[in-house]
Design a protein around this ligand. Structure first.
Ligand code: NAD
Ligand code: G6P
Ligand code: MN
Length: 441
C-alpha cells in the first residue's frame, strides 16, 4: 500500500500531540512514511517537535520526522497538509473574548465580533499556507480546520477557488459521538445523518440507523430534557464550560424542535444568557491557557527531559480520526460521506448559491461531491442569510481594507444590539489587532 507524507501546520498547537498519537493508532488505515511539522513560532514548535521526535522514535521508528520554521523544508515532498494554526495565539483569543464582553456582547472564539476579529487575522495566515503548499508540493491537498472555519472557507472560495483545500469542523462529530452514546450505539459511524447550515451554525434534520430506522424521536426526547449531556462524550470537550454548552442545547432545541441544533447556536439565540454567565476577567482563553496548554506543554517537557514517552499522560485524540477518514477518502477514493464546508451551489435550493455551507458530501480523489439538501425552513433560512452576510462582509473587508464593511459585518451579527455598539467594539479591536489586520480605510 502507498505510504503518505504529511505536513502538520501549526505544529506547535496544543492539538498536535493528540493528533500524532491518533495517526499512529490508524497506520493500518492510513500508512505514513513521513511527518513534517511547521510553525512560525520556533519556541512552540521545538517544544512540541522535540517531544514528538522521541515519541515517534519509540513507537514508529520507520516514520521519518522533522520540524521546522522554514516553509521550503516543511512543505516539500508531501501529500497532505493538516492545518490548524491560530494566528495571534491565545493572548489574541483572550482579547477577542474580552473586548466584546466589555460592551455586554458575547465574547467567543468563532462567534460574534470575536470570531470576526479572529477571521481578519486568520485569512492571511491560511492563504500563506496554501501558497507554500502549492509552491513546494503542487499535488498536495490541504485539510484545514484552522478557525474561524466559516470565514476562512469563504476567503478560500474568494481568493483560492482552484486550490485543493478542504475545510472541516469537528463539532458535529463531537456531538454525534454523544448522540451514539445516548442511543446506546457503539459508534457515531452507526448513524446516517442529514445536517445543513453554516459552520458553527447548523442543524440535523434527520438521523437514522443504517437500517433506515428513524432515531430522531429518542434523541429529541433526551435533548428536550438534558441537551447533549451524556455520560462520556469525546475526550476533547470535557471542561465544565463545555458541559454547560451541551446542557444549554436543551433550550436551543426548544426554539425549533423539528431539528437538532449545533451547540454554537446558543451564542446567537441566547446571547443575553451567555453574557450573564461569562466572567469578563476570566474567559475560555484563560481556561485553555491554564488547562490544555499547560498540560500539553508540561507533558512534552517531561518527555524531553526524561528522553522517553513511556509514562506520558498525553492521550490519543480519537475523535480527531475524522482527519484520517478525510485523508483516506481523498487518497483511496472511499466516497465516505462526511460533513464539509463547501460552496452551496444549489445544494440548499432556497439559499445563496455562493454561500459556504456545511453539508454532507461524498469524498473521493477529486474532492467533495455535495449532496442535495433541498429547501430549508424560513427560520433557518433567515438566520443563515444574516450570518452568511456577516461572513462575506468580513472577507470583503479584509480584501478591500474596508472599515465600512467590517462595521457592517459586526453590526449585522445577531449577537450585537446596535451599530453604535458595533462601532465601539470595532474601534477597540482595530487597536488590539494592529499587528495582524490589514489597514482599514
Ligand atoms: P494553539 O495556539 O495551541 O496552536 C496554534 C499554533 O499555530 C501555534 O503554535 C502558533 O504559533 C501557530 N501559528 C499561528 N500563526 C501561524 C502562521 N501564520 N503560520 C504557522 N503557524 C502559525 O491553538 P489550538 O487551540 O491548538 O488550536 C489550533 C487551531 O485549531 C485553532 O485555529 C483552533 O480554532 C482550531 N481548531 C479547529 C477545530 C475545528 O473544528 N475546525 C477544532 C479544534 C481546533
Ligand atoms: C470545537 C469547535 C472548534 C473549536 C473548539 C474550541 O471543537 O468545533 O472549532 O476550536 O471547539 O475548543 P476550546 O477547547 O479551544 O475552547
Ligand atoms: Mn469547529
Amino acid at each position: 500500500m502507498k505510504k503518505f507524507a504529511i505536513s502538520i501546520s501549526g505544529g506547535g498547537s496544543t492539538f498536535t500531540p493528540g493528533i500524532i498519537l491518533m495517526l499512529l493508532d490508524n497506520l493500518e488505515k492510513f500508512p505514513i512514511r513521513e511527518i513534517k511539522m511547521y510553525d512560525n513560532d520556533e519556541k512552540r514548535q521545538s517544544k512540541i517537535g522535540e517531544a514528538c521526535a522521541i515519541l515517534l522514535k519509540e513507537r514508529a521508528p520507520e516514520i521519518k520526522f522533522s520540524y521546522s520554521t522554514n516553509p521550503a523544508e516543511a512543505f516539500s515532498d508531501i501529500d497532505f497538509v493538516m492545518a490548524h494554526i491560530r494566528v495571534g495565539k491565545y493572548p489574541m483569543r483572550e482579547l477577542d473574548e474580552k473586548i466584546p464582553l466589555k460592551y455586554g456582547v458575547v465574547g467567543q472564539e468563532t462567534c460574534g465580533p470575536g470570531g470576526i476579529a479572529y477571521g481578519m487575522r486568520s485569512i492571511g495566515g491560511v492563504i500563506e499556507l496554501i501558497d507554500y503548499m502549492e509552491k513546494y508540493s503542487p499535488n498536495a491537498w490541504m485539510l484545514n480546520y484552522s478557525n474561524p472555519a466559516a470565514i476562512v472557507a469563504e476567503a478560500t472560495r474568494r481568493l483560492k477557488p482552484n486550490s485543493k483545500v478542504l475545510n472541516i469542523c469537528d463539532m458535529p462529530i463531537g456531538t454525534e459521538v454523544r448522540m451514539a452514546e445516548i442511543l446506546g450505539l457503539d459508534s457515531r459511524k452507526d448513524l446516517d445523518v442529514i445536517y445543513y447550515g453554516l459552520n458553527h451554525f447548523g442543524w440535523w434534520k434527520s438521523i437514522k440507523d443504517k437500517a433506515g430506522n428513524d432515531l430522531m424521536p429518542i434523541l429529541k426526547d433526551h435533548i428536550s430534557k438534558y441537551g447533549y449531556v451524556a455520560n462520556k462524550g469525546d475526550n476533547q470537550h470535557t471542561d465544565a464550560s463545555w458541559s454547560d454548552t451541551f446542557a444549554k442545547a436543551k433550550d436551543v432545541f426548544a426554539v425549533d424542535p423539528t431539528t437538532l441544533p449545533n451547540t454554537y447556536l446558543k451564542y446567537y439565540l441566547f446571547p443575553d444568557y451567555v453574557v450573564k454567565h461569562s466572567n469578563k476577567e476570566y474567559t475560555r482563553a484563560n481556561e485553555v491557557m491554564d488547562g490544555r496548554e499547560k498540560f500539553v506543554f508540561g507533558e512534552c517537557q517531561k518527555i524531553t527531559e526524561n528522553k522517553t514517552s513511556k509514562d506520558t499522560a498525553l492521550h490519543i485524540d480519537e475523535h480527531a480520526s475524522y482527519i484520517v477518514d478525510l485523508a483516506r477518502a481523498i487518497a483511496f477514493n472511499t466516497k465516505e460521506k462526511m460533513l464539509l464546508i463547501v460552496e452551496n451551489n444549489g445544494a440548499i435550493v432556497n439559499f445563496d448559491p455562493t454561500g459556504m455551507v456545511e453539508i454532507p458530501c461524498l469524498v473521493g480523489n477529486n474532492g467533495p461531491e455535495p449532496l442535495v439538501i433541498g429547501a430549508i425552513p424560513q427560520f433557518q433560512k433567515g438566520l443563515m442569510e444574516q450570518q452568511v452576510s456577516v461572513e462575506k462582509l468580513t472577507v470583503e473587508a479584509w480584501i478591500e481594507g474596508s472599515y465600512q464593511k467590517l462595521w457592517q459585518a459586526i453590526t449585522m451579527s445577531k449577537t450585537v444590539p446596535s451599530a453604535s455598539v458595533a462601532k465601539a467594539i470595532l474601534d477597540d479591536l482595530i487597536v488590539a489587532n494592529k499587528n495582524y489586520w490589514p489597514i482599514l480605510k
